[in-house]
Design a protein around this ligand. Structure first.
Ligand code: ADA
Length: 569
């Protein structure tokens, strides 16, 4: 299941998790493979990453997954994939018919594809999955990024019967938190051709009385916009995360969505939720685990959110790609604010001036916003981590991508994490200034950290971006788990703990100009196979987690826990 709650009570939805037929095809091409001739010689679990299993560890190439599915009838059915890495081709085989429904590139976003040309009954769903690096076909997953790119149907899949008329999407935005008014925008679609296909959309919120809205289709699409003032509802705050449930029904279809009444604003250098300034205390989080790759079971999502809460965090930066929607559900419930980031890592002018790269980024952004826009925990959008925002040749690319985000969602502030200050040229395009810096790790010593933070913050405030909220979006140190040294030398847990202690103390005990911190990083994670990178990463891991890759706390965990919890009091 994609979410932490049932999105439907009437719509027929089949969770496709479980054992699938599998075979690793290696160097075959995803477009040229004759699906009907594949011989399956293995089994693999979905959700999951095939190259996180011992037999396929390190394998890069084409993998074929097959699952017997059942079409309830001949009406439209939808396959929804929660994240397939890195690219795939979705095919249905039924009798003599082999139909390619879709190809998709980009692993960390939800996408769906519909089947309309099938017979009722059994069929085979075949997903050809390719985890090779191929800039031309999948420019969002590149081998120089500082994380390991696993392959597979990582976050699961489901099959839904849409029938002839269905609810396509729901968008719930807070239009006025003071009066507790939300705007609800629903898109309905139909395959029926009868012109008099008037239907009624029923909406109820928090089990209040049902409101009915006429639905008039034109060219198969109908939109219903409605405002609801929820006088008895509570607002969503990080420390009091009140959630509401909206139910929608259209004919024999339905949809359930949760939402929070909250408005994010930027005022006087602060980030505010419902006009209350929030101080964001958090960590950057990769979705990775040695046993599961990037396809984390819900048990690990629960473990992660529990540890994040135990540290006293109220903030997670999803680095460097959209997080699992189920994790966002947990953040909604626990009041953990989320920086949701489109995939990207140190991109250059070559990428940012390549129309195909920009188009792939736009797809990622559209899928990220479509999936995450109703989560109250998502309070800001990020993009292009440490890409070259100091290069004037990249302005148009940044304008296009930031413009796309704002066109899809004008309600949330936008930022990008940069390590190029004071040479950044595009801070005018964003609402929050976010700085990645590693004083005391890549340069200098721990004692120099306060002055270096003050210097950067001071120079920002002396610039044209002065007065905007500032987040330190990455800062930290490596610690090889279990490495101890009373002299606190680099790579020891003692050094990492001492550095993080100074950072938090200086940012929030000694000063209050910076409104947010996301330590780099929550958990250790495996880096890419690139030799230069690996040689700089003991164990082939990015060891800057405050817990190791199995979520075992390091000394720094208790420092963060003590500091953040006392700041939260
Ligand atoms: C950069 C990057 C992170 C990680 C970090 C590090 O800030 O954004 O993904 O690579 O450096 O550990 O050096």
């Amino acid at each position: 299941m994609i979410r932490c709650f049932a999105e439907h009570e009437k719509r027929s939805v089949t969770d496709l998790e479980g054992m699938w037929d599998f075979t690793f095809l290696g160097d075959l091409d995803v477009a040229q493979t004759d699906v009907a001739r594949i011989a399956y010689n293995d089994r693999i679990a979905v959700p999951g990453c095939f190259d996180a299993t011992p037999k396929y560890a390190g394998c890069r190439g084409l993998a074929a997954y097959r699952k017997r599915i059942h079409f309830d009838d001949a009406t439209r059915h939808r396959f929804t994939f929660n994240g397939v890495h890195h690219r795939c081709r979705v095919v249905v085989v039924q009798g003599e018919k082999t139909i390619t429904l879709a190809e998709h590139a980009g692993g960390f976003t939800v996408f769906s594809t519909d089947s309309t040309d099938h017979d009722p009954g059994a069929a085979d769903l075949v997903v050809l999955v390719d985890n090779r690096f191929d800039y031309d076909r999948c420019p969002t997953h590149l081998d120089y990024f500082d994380w390991y790119h696993y392959g597979g149907i990582a976050r699961g899949a489901e099959l839904s019967r849409l029938g002839n008329t269905w609810i396509e999407s729901v968008r719930i935005d807070t239009s006025d938190f003071r009066s507790k008014t939300v705007s609800v925008r629903v898109v309905c679609r139909t395959d029926s051709v009868s012109a008099d296909d008037e239907a009624a959309l029923a909406i109820s919120i928090n089990d209040d009385e049902i409101s009915s809205f006429p639905v008039a289709f034109a060219a198969g699409v109908a939109r219903v916009d409605a405002d609801f003032t929820l006088v008895d509802a509570k607002l969503w705050f990080p420390d009091r995360p009140a959630l509401n449930t909206a139910r929608f029904a259209l004919g024999d279809d339905d949809l359930i969505e949760r939402f929070g009444i909250r408005r994010v604003s930027i005022e006087q250098g602060e980030i505010r939720i419902n006009d209350r300034p929030v101080r964001l205390l958090g960590v950057c989080r990769h979705e990775a685990h040695p046993q599961f790759g990037c396809g984390l079971p819900k048990s690990i999502l629960v473990e992660d959110i529990q540890l994040i809460e135990e540290m006293g965090c109220n903030f997670v930066r999803g680095s460097h790609y959209p997080q699992d929607p189920a994790f966002l559900d947990l953040c909604d419930e626990r009041g953990i604010c989320v920086w949701s980031e489109a995939i990207g890592w140190q991109h250059t002018a070559e990428h940012l001036n390549d129309p195909d790269f920009i188009n792939a980024q736009v797809v990622d952004i559209r899928e990220m916003v479509a999936t995450s826009c109703n989560h109250p925990s998502v309070i800001m959008w990020g993009l292009q981590n440490e890409s070259h925002s100091e290069d004037p040749a990249n302005r148009r690319g940044y304008e296009t991508l930031i413009g796309e985000i704002r066109s899809l969602d004008p309600s949330r502030p936008v930022t990008f994490a940069s390590n190029h200050w004071p040479d950044d040229l595009f801070h005018d395009l964003i609402d929050i200034i976010s700085i990645n810096m590693y004083p005391g790790w890549y340069d200098g010593e721990i004692g120099e950290i306060p002055a270096k933070i003050d210097a950067i913050v001071g120079s920002i405030d002396a610039s044209s971006s002065g007065g905007k909220p500032i987040i330190i979006s990455e800062i930290g140190a490596g610690a090889v788990p279990g490495t101890h040294d009373r002299n606190k030398t680099r790579w020891s847990e003692e050094y990492q703990a001492a550095l993080i202690d100074i950072v938090i103390e200086h940012l929030f005990e000694k000063r209050d100009r910076v409104c947010g911190l996301s330590l780099w990083q929550f958990c250790d994670c495996r880096t890419s196979e690139e030799v230069r990178r690996i040689l700089s990463r003991p164990r082939g891991f990015n060891n800057k987690g405050v817990v190791d890759e199995y979520r075992r706390p390091k000394l720094a965990f208790d420092v963060v826990k003590s500091r953040f919890n006392s700041l939260r009091r």
